[in-house]
Design a protein around this ligand. Sequence first.
Ligand code: PMP
Length: 405
Amino acid sequence: MFDPEAVKRDFPIFEHHEGLVFLDSAASSQKPRAVTEAMTRYYEHDHANVHRGAYGLSMRATEAYETARRQMARFLGAEADEVVFVRNATEALNLVAYAWGLEHLRDGDEVLVTEMEHHANLVPWQLVAARTGARIKAVPLTAEGRLDLDAFEALLSERTRVLAVTQMSNVLGTVNPVAELAAAARERGALVVVDGAQAAPHLPVRVRELNADFYALSGHKMLGPTGAGVLWGRREALADLPPFLGGGSMIEEVTIERSTYAPPPQRFEAGTPAIAEAIGLGAAADYLMRLGMENVWAHDRALLEYALERLAEVPDLHLYGPRGADRGGVIAFNLGRLHPHDLATALDERGVAVRTGHHCAQPLHRRLGVAATARASFYVYNTPTDVDRLVEALLEARKFFADWL
Ligand code: PMP
């Protein structure tokens, strides 16, 4: 297990904001020096456009970019040619929804999502469904905040063409049994698309073991920079996927009338990519692999259990999400009838950063019966002291707002 205090020293943000208790990594994580230095080094030593360059510098840039692809492949337990660099999970999911959905979905087909999906794994399917006549169905949740597996079985049918499911909820922290869900969906011939935006930063992911066709992640939630994410695709699934964006770099041969396309992953990387960002993401994956993803998960789990125990000391605090080993380090909560924005402002005055709102999961909040929640989320640089500070700040806020509870 790593020492989170030592890890914290790798993150300059904490030197610039002394005493900061950062509990918003589910929205975007902080960055270690290893990431920002890799990007600066690239810009100062190696920058040129990638691919096609006949000169040394372009070859160095290409090598650095392709090294990042191999680092991400290793992180995911995949092959490099199955790793497509995109901007973020949102773009990865749109890519699949548009490229696969517009080609294959027909009137009456069904796309099965879940009630806990982030809008990024819902709205793209709605957009494509509106154009194709497909319908969206959602797996409901149990009272504890898990997927209702009986309902899932009942919803699966020969009409189900896509299962689009998150591996981990960004609100409840629930980790879904993706491999089992995916196996059942694939048995009926459905395409399986997994939103790994929250899971990939926190738990060991071997994409092949998930029985999925596609897996989406955002680099900025896993210590990498904004602007770089990954779409992983099973080799056969990627090979069958038509292009999403057209332009330079993704073609084989172009005439005025038509074009043929490069094999994956280039087919899906039209235009000049975010080279430095991909390199930063590769450095982030390396940093996490050095910590060990098993250790990252164990650390998150330990902090979560400690936090759940300590938060029980705060009267009027309502916590959402399941209790059990299938839960990551995310805690959504409300304090009495206090608006979560007011609560978050009070916490911020005490140096504790949490996020509030619907967290891009409005159907889930509707299911929970609230418009918004406050959310604390943990990562490698958080410590039990951060949890103590959160609890103290909540107790103080409760006193301050006593008349509004
Ligand atoms: N899915 C989940 C589960 C998320 O938590 C997020 C980010 N909040 C996304 C998708 C979208 O990530 P991004 O905004 O980086 O595309």
